[in-house]
Every structure is written in C-alpha cells, then in structure tokens.
Design a protein around this ligand. Structure first.
Ligand code: DAT
Ligand code: MG
Length: 235
C-alpha cells in the first residue's frame, strides 16, 4: 500500500524514480516501481483530501493559440511526496555546535516525541576522512574545507532513526539548510542562526539514510527493538 507525505527541509532530494511521470502506468523505463499516484488509498486520508497540492499548473502562453483550449500542463512536484507505508531509516547527527551548546537532549526529544524509533546513538569524534566521505557530494563547493573543519571540530552525536516516512519527516522537523529561512518550530528555525552552524544533519533520501548509517555505525551498534508505545502510534 502506498500513500503520500509532504517533504520539507532544505534542499529536497528524491530518488530518480520519484521524478518519473505519475501518469505513466509504470514509473519509468529503467525501473519497475509501481506508479506513485495510481493507488487510491491516500484519497481516504483526511490530511490529503486531493492530489492537487502535488502539482503546479503552467499557464498557457497567450500567443500559442493552438494550446489555448488544451488541458493546462501539469508539473509534478516530486519533492513533495514520500511513502507513508515503507519503513525507512535516516541518519541524524547533532553537529559539534549542537553538542557544545547543550542541545543534544532537545534535538533527540524532537524525534522521540514525534514517534520515531531510535536504533543507534553514540557520541563520536569524527575523523577527517569520514567527514569528507559523508559530504563527498559537496567536495567541489567553496565552503567544503570549512565544513570539514566544523564537523571535525568537536564531538558529534550520531543517531539512526527508523519509521514510516522518517527521512522526509525528519527533514521537515529539521527545517531549511539556512536557519534564517527555516520555519519557527523546526530545529534549525528555533535553535540556530547561520548555515555554517545549523546544529543538526538529516539524510536527504532513503538511499542516503542507509548509506550514512552504514558509514557512521559499525556492525552491532544498531539495535532492533519494539517500542512499548508502538500500538499507540500506528493502528
Ligand atoms: P542540509 O544539511 O540541509 O542537507 P546540504 O546538504 O546542502 O544541506 O549542505 C550540507 C551542509 O553544508 C549544511 O548543513 C551546511 C553546509 N552548507 C551548505 N551550504 C552552505 C553554504 N552556502 N555556506 C556554508 N555552508 C554551507
Ligand atoms: Mg544534505
């Protein structure tokens, strides 16, 4: 069963399969995934009364007479969706500024209170090579050296969290990359003021969640357990 959730946070990142047309019967020629919007289950979710929020309309060009009477083209907004049924895992990290400022408990509690499951937790001094591997996609950015210095400047708190929709939801809880653009109520929006000191990291896709947990945790450091509150969180 598939359903929909809203992505948030800084730079939305989704798997290429989500970029495929929702109107196609199959996701794309190179994958076998079922069409994301072809299921009807989410129509019954009151939080998602219609799919319209997942599309934007492109206004017809006034001079293109031939197009005027045709249906307005829809642009699918793939960064707005995530599976509500698949259990994902995400890597969350309190960065050195969060640890130094005594925000560890506050940040952990945001995810705990939301109802996600903590499966890994440790205080850790990150070596340079690991920081570089973690942020390898940003290697060409001018701020990369400063970013590596910052992440290795003191202990971080590494966390693995599990849950349905946890990757997308954690990005929403964390807020935009630039804390001044992050909404009040988000971790960055409430607790920080500068991109270079934005207190927390969260994986930007389920694939990266798995990759990052594999990078930061050794075998045996992830704990599988059933929270007592599980039946009170999901029917
Ligand atoms: P996010 O952490 O929201 O996923 P990102 O992956 O684009 O953002 O960047 C990783 C981190 O790099 C980000 O948390 C802070 C730092 N960073 C990003 N853009 C920056 C910039 N323009 N100047 C300085 N640091 C930046
Ligand atoms: Mg990122």
């Amino acid at each position: 069963m598939e359903a929909l959730a809203v992505f948030g946070g800084g730079s939305p990142c989704v798997s290429s399969s989500l970029l495929c047309s929702p109107t196609k019967r199959t996701c794309c020629s190179s994958c076998t995934q079922k069409p994301i919007l072809s299921t009807s289950h989410h129509q019954n979710l009151s939080a998602f009364p219609s799919k319209s929020h997942l599309f934007s309309y492109v206004p017809s060009r006034p001079h293109a007479k031939t197009l005027r009477n045709s249906t307005k083209p829809l642009i699918f907004l793939p960064h707005l969706i995530a599976s509500l049924e698949q259990v994902d895992e995400t890597y969350i990290m309190v960065k050195p500024d969060g640890v130094q400022r005594g925000l560890v408990g506050e940040i952990i509690s945001r995810f705990e209170k939301k109802g996600f499951k903590l499966t890994g937790l440790k205080l850790f001094q990150c070596p340079t090579e690991l920081a570089e591997e973690h942020y390898k996609d940003l290697k060409e950015k001018s701020f990369f050296p400063k970013l590596i210095d910052y992440i290795t400047s003191g202990p971080v708190v590494c966390m693995a969290w599990e849950g349905v929709g946890v990757v997308a939801s954690a990005r929403k809880l964390i807020g935009s990359t630039n804390p001044l653009q992050a909404e009040p109520g988000t971790i960055r929006g409430d607790l920080s003021v500068q991109t270079g000191r934005n207190v927390v990291h969260g994986s930007d896709s389920p694939e990266n969640g798995r990759r990052e947990i594999g990078l930061w945790f050794k075998q045996g450091e992830i704990c599988q357990w059933t929270p007592a509150q599980a039946p009170w969180l999901r029917e």
